[in-house]
Design a protein. Sequence first.
Length: 74
Amino acid sequence: MNPEKIWIVLAILVLTLLLSNALVFAVVRGWSKGNLKWFDNSNQSLNLLKKETDSAEELSRQVRALRNDDKTDP
């Protein structure tokens, strides 16, 4: 790397840092004001996961009950 061209690398690095900080600042600022719409969508997917977990637990209880009934029937 040429020492004369190092300012280009430094300028790209500074620009990248500034843009990433500005993006994070905008996201956090919007979140604190409650203007994030994508957060509501992610909450819906978590609710779907909870419903599936509840369904799996209910199925597990039913299987255990059936196995216990099979053991006591003979």
